[in-house]
Design a protein around this ligand. Structure first.
Ligand SMILES: C[S@@+](CC[C@H](N)C(=O)[O-])C[C@H]1O[C@@H](n2cnc3c(N)ncnc32)[C@H](O)[C@@H]1O
Length: 225
């Protein structure tokens, strides 16, 4: 069984489906583990690059899962038929790459998504708000950085996760993560304030980012668990 690091372990716990696609899978550790643990019945693995595609094929064959995990060459969600999978994951890529994948093939985005970007998930939270997806779960996984892992689900109406929160802070740090107020998130906000304070000057992006971090800190200090 492949060993999953904390970010992939967090993603694993947010996935439970009959049919699931892992996009940009490389070693395919996540879908292999999902199938081995019975968290998915059938999986599709999509890879755009030939080296990682071969890596996925070899590992799926070694795990004896070729009857349940199909490896397809292609870009993002394009190799999937509309409605083919209940959920999809993307992990270990930049948020802008994920955003490109989601916006290029809107008719193929499934009802549930599990996303672990390597940088700020803010553009993905904004996309979710504009595209009728709610934040159903959020986890901050420890590692080289703090990795946010999001589960988004298609729902109509405004996302109740954001109600009563400072909007920009919730988009930056995560509405459910802010409500949870974990030590890891508090450390992240404090580190952002320390990093941004000497950079902030009127009109600079750092000034805006500092205000966002400060409003998160104010909300967290008023909502101590
Ligand atoms: C850094 S690896 C992450 C591997 C694994 N998901 C993880 O989290 O450990 C990113 C992978 O995404 C693949 N990839 C990047 N853009 C893609 C796209 N548009 N469609 C499919 N795969 C893509 C790359 O080939 C690469 O194997």
């Amino acid at each position: 069984m492949p060993n999953l690091d904390a970010r992939l372990q967090a993603a694993l716990h947010l996935i439970q489906a009959e049919t699931h696609a892992d996009i940009g899978s490389d070693h395919a550790h996540l879908p292999i583990r999902l199938a081995q643990l019975g968290r998915i019945t059938r999986g599709v693995i999509v890879e755009v690059n030939s080296g990682p595609l071969e890596h996925a094929r070899v590992n799926v064959a070694r795990a004896g899962l070729t009857d349940r995990l199909e490896v397809r060459a292609g870009n993002g969600l394009a190799p999937l038929a509309p409605g083919e999978v209940q959920s999809a994951s993307m992990t270990g890529m930049g948020a802008q790459t994920m955003l490109g994948i989601l916006t290029r093939t809107p008719g193929r985005v499934p009802d549930a998504l599990v996303l672990q970007p390597n940088d700020s998930p803010e553009p993905l939270r904004r996309w979710a708000q504009e595209s009728s997806y709610h934040v159903a779960a959020e986890v901050l996984a420890p590692g080289f950085w703090r990795y946010p892992v999001l589960r988004l689900e298609r729902q109509s109406g405004p996302d109740p996760a954001y109600a009563g929160l400072p909007g920009n802070a919730a988009l930056r740090y995560g509405p459910l993560l802010l409500r949870e107020g974990s030590g890891l998130l508090r450390e992240q906000v404090a580190a952002d304030i320390a990093r941004l304070t000497p950079l902030a000057a009127p009109g600079r992006a750092a000034e805006h980012d500092l205000h966002v971090a400060q409003s998160a800190a104010v909300w967290l200090s008023g909502n101590r668990k």
